[in-house]
Design a protein around this ligand. Structure first.
Ligand code: AMP
Length: 112
């Protein structure tokens, strides 16, 4: 989708600090980090949220979790929090599914 921010980042049309990439998934640093490690893992295919990802591209959703683990292995001793904000009330502001990978410090619930 040409008007979708994360589609454009996944396509390389908008620069991002990419830390991992597979054929199906790209991971890049959040521009407003909420923890020492704050990486977004997104499917290259456009789906609006994690529920659509689970229904439409479940293998890619599993790959997103595997990539999150790889990022945490490289940057946060393998431990991380994984958040999928789903809907505006829950804090979702970009309507292309993405996992927030948070780590690198002892996380309080306020970090979520
Ligand atoms: P959410 O609010 O759960 O939809 O998460 C969207 C996230 O995308 C926020 O944490 C933003 O800081 C982040 N974000 C927005 N624009 C960019 C960008 N151009 N590059 C990296 N992260 C971004």
């Amino acid at each position: 989708m040409s008007d979708c921010l994360f589609c454009r980042i996944a396509a390389g049309d908008i620069p991002a600090d990419v830390v991992a990439r597979t054929d199906n998934v790209v991971a890049f640093r959040d521009i407003e980090p909420k923890a020492p490690v704050h990486v977004l893992v997104v499917p290259i295919a456009h789906v609006a949220n994690v529920t659509e990802a689970a229904a439409q591209i479940p293998d890619v959703l599993a790959e997103m979790v595997a990539v999150a683990q790889r990022v945490a292995d490289a940057e946060a001793d393998g431990e991380f929090r994984l958040i999928f904000n789903t809907g505006p009330t829950a804090g979702q502001s970009v309507f292309h599914a993405h996992a927030h990978v948070l780590g690198g410090a002892e996380l309080k619930w306020e970090n979520a």
